[in-house]
Design a protein around this ligand. Sequence first.
Ligand code: PLP
Ligand code: COI
Length: 340
Amino acid sequence: MSSKLPKWDTLGFDYIKTDKRYLSVWKDGSWDDGVLTEDNSLHISEASTALHYGQQCFEGLKAYRGKDGKVRLFRPDMNAQRMQLSCDRLLMPEIPVEKFIDACKQVVAANERWVPPYGSGATLYVRPFVIGIGHNIGVKPAPEYIFSVFCVPVGPYFKGGLSPVNFTVTDMDRAAPHGTGQAKVGGNYAASMLPHKDAVDRGFADCIYLDPATHMNIEEVGAANFFGITAANEFITPKSPSILASITKRSLMEIAENSLGMKVIERDVPVTSLEDFTEAGACGTAAVITPIGGVEYKGDLHVFYSESETGPVTRKLYDTLCGIQFGDIEGPEGWIEIVE
Ligand code: PLP
Ligand code: COI
């Protein structure tokens, strides 16, 4: 318990060892009760399927400290459900929703001193994951599994927070048309490291992926979903089976429709139709809402609202979403879980 707390306002998105993490093992057909431990290393078989065949998945959610000092989790049931989808896709045992939420709450409560103060701009990022472990050399599901949850205080994922950044369209794919794009599995992220590096080396925040079947439509913005705003007050976002269904995006769709009176449309977003949008953004747990300044495609940079200023609709979406997450605005029923 000796590690010093960081300076909250200069935090980036980097690993810091916090006090406790949760660990549960699946063996002989069931999960054990799970424990909190101070040990941040795993001792697993060299033949674990997670290491060789990518049989693993993860989630990401955040704990937010409110003005009232209370700590809130945002829609952890949605992360629990998505983790079940990921486990099903890779033939791993599901984590019951209650076990998932309880593990997250235990970890946040045990690391309460690491939850950044209200107004610091920082939050506590919670990282649940499931990995296939045990001795196994053939390409088949593991004999045993670990479900673990740890947490890290974080600042903005894309430098600048609510300042616009530019993205470039890559011709590489993060997922296949009928592959694992809608599951949160490590293989998709391994495939994204090279296009990400290429984009960053060329001065962009990250790359935009097109749909892997036709390479005509916008699919994802790095590790975040895409949305565009039209002059007709529409919130438009891509629809595709290989996109990771973002909980932030689903929430923004509700906010756009019910709080901002916008028309919400999920449809193909051709990369050649960027001029349809007056504003655009990337959204996700880590990215929150990152305004997209411009998108480079085939050598041209298309600028939406501005390369340096956030558009008014994007700002309203951001203020409402963060207001709900930090407890300043009452959100729809069931969106907030208080950690006692
Ligand atoms: N798309 C990808 C590829 C991601 O990794 C993430 C992050 O979780 C998202 C979208 C955003 O999803 P969420 O809002 O549930 O965090
Ligand atoms: C998240 O937003 O939770 C993500 O998973 C992004 C990430 C891979 C750091």
